[in-house]
Design a protein around this ligand. Structure first.
Ligand SMILES: Cc1ncc(COP(=O)(O)O)c(C=O)c1O
Length: 354
């Protein structure tokens, strides 16, 4: 919070209108414009963005929605919240994203949608996902929570599917504390989303004698949160550049290292790393060693099929099972200097004796 967040929040407090309002519109409009989408709808989180997208597409009880096994559990929980069943599939080892072969094999007569996740900002195989989904008449809701400002072949992730869902929780490139924005190019979906996040009201009224055309909920992003978001946007370019630089230094410094592989991003095609990830032998020992030396990492999520609500055997998930044990996010904070990144790289090389 080093920009004009405080002043912008004070402006909202002074205006005495803290609810979803003109500052929210300004923020969501900027987000949509940044990713070249026609419409943006502010909501409370990335999770509610996925949930509301699925509801807007008519998905609910009795339906199946395909979700990759390697993702933050929010993706599957958002599907569960609609009453539909999340169908977990294995992922691709090179991209960490859903395997299109596994996706095709998982499609049944009940499948209504696929939620590809762009893990760490790396694009899922959108060309093939869209091809199969068009053939099979399936909706695509992109979980772009980790992919704000990342592109695939020059086009922004989040704008390939019927909707794209961004999260602005605190560990993302910009934050509103909690919050999310859904982008879409479809005006009908946009109108439905506006109603869904605001108790089914097509027109905002007094909260008294309003017309509610359909069932909706309260998932509004407030002016207060949006003010923080507008302040954060001032630092967007610097932060994106910082992460690209951090990625390049890790890649260069650890190119010859044994035991660890910093996973590549297609930066030439516009992919923007959100965090730097790697596959590491003796991952947990490395994590502990780095922590002891003051460098905090994050081990990857446990595959969803190993979590109680979605428990299944490992047999259908060889790749995600391996990634769950080996994948790690290296320190990627914006405050890091080039020297910090080189220091962490040297610690890693020391750990592996290279
Ligand atoms: C891949 C992925 N999906 C969904 C979410 C959910 O977003 P939120 O925490 O804003 O609900 C997150 C991040 O938190 C995420 O990383």
């Amino acid at each position: 919070m080093t920009g004009s967040e405080l002043g912008l929040v004070k402006g909202v407090l002074d205006s005495n209108f803290l609810n979803d309002g003109d500052v929210t519109e300004k923020f969501t409009g900027k987000i949509a414009k940044l990713v070249d989408a026609k419409f943006g709808v502010g909501v409370t989180s990335g999770t509610s963005a996925i949930y509301l997208s699925l509801v807007a597409l008519g998905i609910g009880h009795g339906d199946e929605v395909i979700v990759p096994d390697i993702t933050f559990i929010a993706t599957a929980n958002a599907v569960s919240m609609t009453g539909a069943k999340p169908v977990l599939i294995d992922v691709d080892l090179s991209t960490l994203n859903l395997s299109v072969t596994s996706m095709e094999a998982a499609i049944t007569s009940k499948t209504k949608a696929v939620v590809p996740v762009h893990v760490s900002g790396r694009a899922a195989d959108m060309d093939n996902i869209l091809r199969v989904c068009r053939q099979r008449n399936l909706a695509v809701v992109e979980d772009a929570a980790e992919a704000f400002c990342s592109r695939h072949n020059g086009r922004h992730l989040g704008t390939f599917g019927q909707t794209g869902c961004f999260s602005f929780s605190p560990n993302k490139v910009i934050t509103t504390g909690q919050g999310g924005v859904i982008v879409t190019n479809d005006e009908v979906i946009f109108q439905r989303l506006r109603e869904l996040k605001d108790q089914g009201r097509p027109v905002r009224g007094t909260g008294g004698a309003d017309v509610h055309d359909r069932i909706g909920f309260n998932f509004k992003l407030t002016n207060l949160q949006a003010a923080v978001g507008l302040g954060q946007l001032e630092k967007l370019d610097t932060r994106l550049e910082r992460i690209r630089q951090t990625y390049q230094i890790y890649r260069d410094e650890l190119a010859e290292a044994k035991g660890i592989r910093v996973l590549p991003f297609k930066t030439d095609k516009g992919e923007q790393p959100q965090w730097i990830d790697a596959l590491a032998e003796r991952r947990d020992e490395l994590d502990s060693f780095l922590a002891e030396n003051g460098a905090g990492c994050r081990r990857f999520w446990f595959p969803l099929h190993t979590q109680k609500p979605y428990l299944q055997s490992d047999s259908a998930f060889p790749n995600s099972t391996r990634l769950g044990r080996q994948a790690i996010w290296l320190p990627s904070a914006f405050q890091m200097t080039d020297d910090d990144v080189r220091h962490v790289s040297r610690l890693i090389a020391k750990f592996y004796g290279t």
